[in-house]
Write a protein that binds this ligand. Structure first.
Ligand SMILES: Nc1ncnc2c1ncn2[C@@H]1O[C@H](COP(=O)(O)OP(=O)(O)O)[C@@H](O)[C@H]1O
Ligand SMILES: O=P(O)(O)OC[C@H]1O[C@](O)(COP(=O)(O)O)[C@@H](O)[C@@H]1O
Ligand SMILES: [Mg+2]
Length: 551
């Protein structure tokens, strides 16, 4: 089988062929194998390879391209998958004075980005994603485009920057003049007015927190949304939001494709919790971590200024403790970081109370950071919320910070008869309601421009995201299949433990089980299943399993 990198491969040539109504697939097939088939849970294993010339339904399956040495491209859908005779046009960027001087400005059609960059000499090349960027041919004429932008879910620093750069990118790079803002999230498609967006309207918005379009949870009605897209004549939909939003975008895309509309549906990942898989991190995450540190600094100042001072800071993180972990690592003033992925307990040997007592005896003060989703299982039934979910179906959490403050106070004053001074700081919304910092602003720009290039090039059903530092197009199903969480058997969590000196709250057996789980997950994803030992040798997950079962 030839690799996708074979010089024979030129989808643009193939697509030109398709215009002249002859089948492009035979040329395509010469170079590599395309599968519109089922994926394993991990999305790695190509199980079936159906004929591309088959029925329309085939196009709704993942688009997998395989090549030499275990190369796999998890490609994104293209409008021509279901509208094969679309005309193409030269990319207007070729005449743009800002860009035409750039050598090799257009992305090579064969460029892809590996999901895993650490490989062994004999490991397969693994999963790749299509590299983002401008293509030589586009599938929309400038005055034909009618784009819309919507923001959904919770706030995140940088939302306004992404909106600004989508509008400016469409205007300045592609001469697109019609861009609509959808007011107030998904429900705004069918319940509210729209906001016309021009470079003038969005000029200063990156300096403000929040989203000028407004946002909401719940209210996703696929049929009504696609009706609205169709009725308004919208043909590029840019959807900015988190894991819930991307699920919504995916079903909008499916409905658009089912109706056979020439509409590109593009997701831009937004997640302050950093809980979206595949991508390196979300825009706004660095800004949020920076702001979280200000709260930690305050907690530290308060704690060290008073006898047996304890500063407790609660940070966002419903299921994923990335903000807490990164803010702790960055701050170095934190003595204990508690996240949803690492269960903890209060009483007894190795518990939190024992550690607090020890720390206070040694240092006279301490700082604890807790992610909002940590320790939820410890909160008693009575204080668990009556309403279990928000409008989007996300679990509603109790204030673990308040509960922990009270538990620590009760333990030391009532049971240990020891005076402690606990200050609880809850900067929850402060870390996400601010404008993005400089590096997030640049990140937002690249993300938005990549999203625009992809839609203009006819790609659809994808999330624009950073993978290993490169902009890529990721099919929706990879973005929504699972949640990204801190792996407590990874080096990053080990670094944190060694920086805070906190107990791991895990038994040796727990650790081994976690390692096996992670190792098996990696195996499913086609990665290496070997763990590097101190002596440089490797051991497989089979050996790990044996070790656990024998304990
Ligand atoms: N499984 C789903 N299918 C369709 N729409 C969804 C789904 N989950 C969430 N949504 C919609 O996505 C929007 C944002 O979701 P939410 O979970 O609140 O925030 P986020 O996108 O930031 O995770 C809401 O309007 C919600 O109705
Ligand atoms: O009060 P709200 O708006 O529901 O937001 C709270 C939630 O928003 C988040 O910051 C992010 O959630 P989303 O990514 O789902 O928007 C969570 O950490 C937090 O639980
Ligand atoms: Mg979410």
């Amino acid at each position: 089988m030839d690799s996708i990198l074979s010089p024979n491969y030129n989808p643009e040539l193939c697509l030109l062929d398709s215009r002249s109504s002859c089948s492009w697939f035979p040329i395509f097939r010469k170079s590599f194998t395309v599968h519109f088939g089922g994926l394993g849970k991990s999305g790695f294993a190509v199980r079936s390879s159906t004929s591309v010339m088959g029925s329309r339904e085939d196009y709704s399956k993942p688009k997998i391209v395989t090549g030499d040495y275990g190369y796999v491209l998890e490609d994104v859908p293209h409008l021509t998958d279901y509208l094969p005779h679309l005309p193409t046009y030269p990319n207007p960027l070729q005449d743009n004075p800002a860009y035409s001087v750039v050598k090799q400005y257009f992305v090579h059609v064969d460029d892809t980005v590996p999901q895993k960059i650490v490989v062994h000499k004999d490991s397969p090349r693994g999963v790749h994603f299509r590299r983002a960027g401008p293509r030589q041919k586009v599938y929309f004429e400038s005055d034909e485009v009618h784009a819309c932008i919507v923001t959904c879910g919770g706030l995140c620093p940088g939302l306004n920057t992404v909106i600004r750069e989508l509008v400016c990118g469409l205007y300045h790079m592609y001469g697109v003049k019609r861009v609509l803002g959808i007011d107030g999230g998904y429900r705004g498609f069918y319940a509210r007015n729209t906001i016309p967006l021009t470079p003038k309207v969005v000029n200063d918005i990156h300096k403000r927190g929040g989203t000028i379009l407004g946002t909401s949870r719940g209210g996703h009605d696929t049929v009504k949304i696609v009706d609205s897209i169709q009725d308004r004549g919208i043909n590029q939909v840019y959807i900015i939001g988190g894991d819930g939003t991307q699920k919504g975008a995916s079903v909008i895309f499916e409905e658009v494709r089912r109706r056979g509309l020439k509409v590109a549906v593009v997701g831009i990942p937004k997640t302050i919790d950093n809980d979206i898989p595949v991508i390196d991190k979300s825009f706004g995450f660095d800004t949020a971590v920076e702001e979280a540190q200000r709260a930690i600094n305050a907690a530290h100042v308060e704690a060290e200024s008073i006898e047996n001072g304890i500063g407790l800071v609660k940070l966002m993180g419903r299921y994923s403790g990335f903000i807490a972990m990164h803010a702790t690592l960055a701050s170095r003033d934190v003595d204990c970081c508690l996240i949803p992925e690492s269960p903890f307990y209060l009483e007894g040997e190795g518990g939190l109370f024992e550690y607090i007592e020890k720390r206070l005896k040694e240092h006279g003060h301490m700082v604890i950071v807790i992610a909002e989703g940590a320790g939820q299982e410890l909160l008693s039934e009575s204080i668990r919320t009556m309403t279990k979910q928000d409008a989007s179906g996300n679990k509603l959490l109790q204030d673990v910070g308040l509960w922990l403050s009270q538990s620590i106070k009760d333990y030391f004053s009532k049971r240990k008869k020891m005076t402690i001074n606990l200050k609880y700081i809850d900067p929850t919304y402060m870390i996400r309601a601010i404008p993005s910092n400089a590096s997030d602003n640049v990140y937002c720009t690249l993300l938005a421009q990549s999203a625009v290039h992809g839609a203009m090039a006819g790609y659809t059903g994808y999330t624009s995201g950073l993978v290993n530092g490169r902009q890529t197009y990721i099919p929706f199903y990879r973005i929504i299949e699972k949640q990204h969480q801190v792996v407590i058997t990874d080096r990053m969590w080990a670094r944190l433990l060694s920086s805070t000196h906190q107990p791991s709250f895990l038994s040796a057996k727990d650790i081994m089980e976690d390692k096996i789980e992670e190792s098996l997950k990696e195996k499913q994803e086609g990665g290496q299943t070997y763990q590097l030992l101190d002596n440089g040798n490797c051991r497989s997950e089979v050996l790990l399993k044996e070790e656990v079962t024998s304990q």
